[in-house]
Write a protein that binds this ligand. Structure first.
Ligand code: NAP
Length: 196
């Protein structure tokens, strides 16, 4: 399950659990992106890693990998998938779960043919979004689309809500909300030094 997770929210968790059950997966490994090279500023990798751990701790089928963070440099999914293949072995069946709009961009990623060969993709669909007919033809049997109504929740909306001082209650796990408050993430003014 790859994503920037800035922040992780209930839509991601519903999506992971739904994929696990629909595709009969043994486990779902959340892989927070290290440096998303196609993006402007994102929160610190360690904060995104910690909230992903907090959000997934109560599900024993979920785990979190630091692989993209520890590898350093820009994050390329082809490197992630090759490392997973080396770890789990040739007989393992690997799936890469992520958002449909991210999947629609695969052709702009590094080594897209290898990416699509190493794993079957599960594209989690927001209610308002779907793959174009061209993409569906192109990806054929390598990408399965999964409808996730809970993905109406989005990280972008959550960051905006925090910056405007609006509530994010019930959109993400309580532990993640508390971490965001404590670390003053997504606020325009910097955190005060020395407590308070
Ligand atoms: P993104 O552009 O932040 O997200 C695209 C859309 O997909 C957003 O609507 C996002 O919603 C949703 N999304 C992201 N991760 C999701 C997940 N795990 N489950 C459900 N929806 C998800 O995409 P990103 O997070 O940066 O990248 C997604 C994955 O693609 C990461 O693993 C990243 O490393 C990989 N990627 C690889 C390359 C490459 O190899 N060159 C390039 C780009 C991305 P939210 O904002 O609500 O999450």
């Amino acid at each position: 399950m790859g994503g920037t997770f800035d922040p992780i929210h209930n839509g991601h968790l519903v999506c992971a659990e739904e994929a696990r059950l629909q595709f009969g997966l043994d486990e779902v490994v959340f892989v927070p992106t290290g440096q998303p090279w196609q993006k402007a500023a994102v929160s610190e990798a360690e904060d995104r890693y910690l909230i992903t751990v907090l959000a997934t701790a109560s599900n024993h089928h979920f785990s979190v990998s630091r692989i993209d963070i520890d590898r350093g440099g820009p994050t390329y999914t082809v490197d992630t998938l090759r490392a997973f293949r080396a770890f789990y072995g040739e007989r393992a069946e690997l799936f890469f779960i992520t958002g449909t709009d991210a999947v629609a961009e695969i052709l702009t990623w590094k080594d897209p043919e290898a990416v699509l060969e190493e794993a079957l993709f599960i594209a989690a669909n927001r209610p308002s979004y779907s793959l174009s007919d061209d993409h569906q033809r192109l990806f054929r049997d390598r990408v399965s689309v999964m409808e996730i109504p809970a993905l109406a929740i989005s990280s972008t909306d959550i960051r905006k809500r925090v910056s405007e001082g609006r509530t994010i209650r019930y959109l993400l796990p309580r532990e993640v909300r508390e971490f965001i408050t404590e670390r003053r993430l997504y606020r325009s003014e910097p955190a005060a030094l020395g407590g308070g």
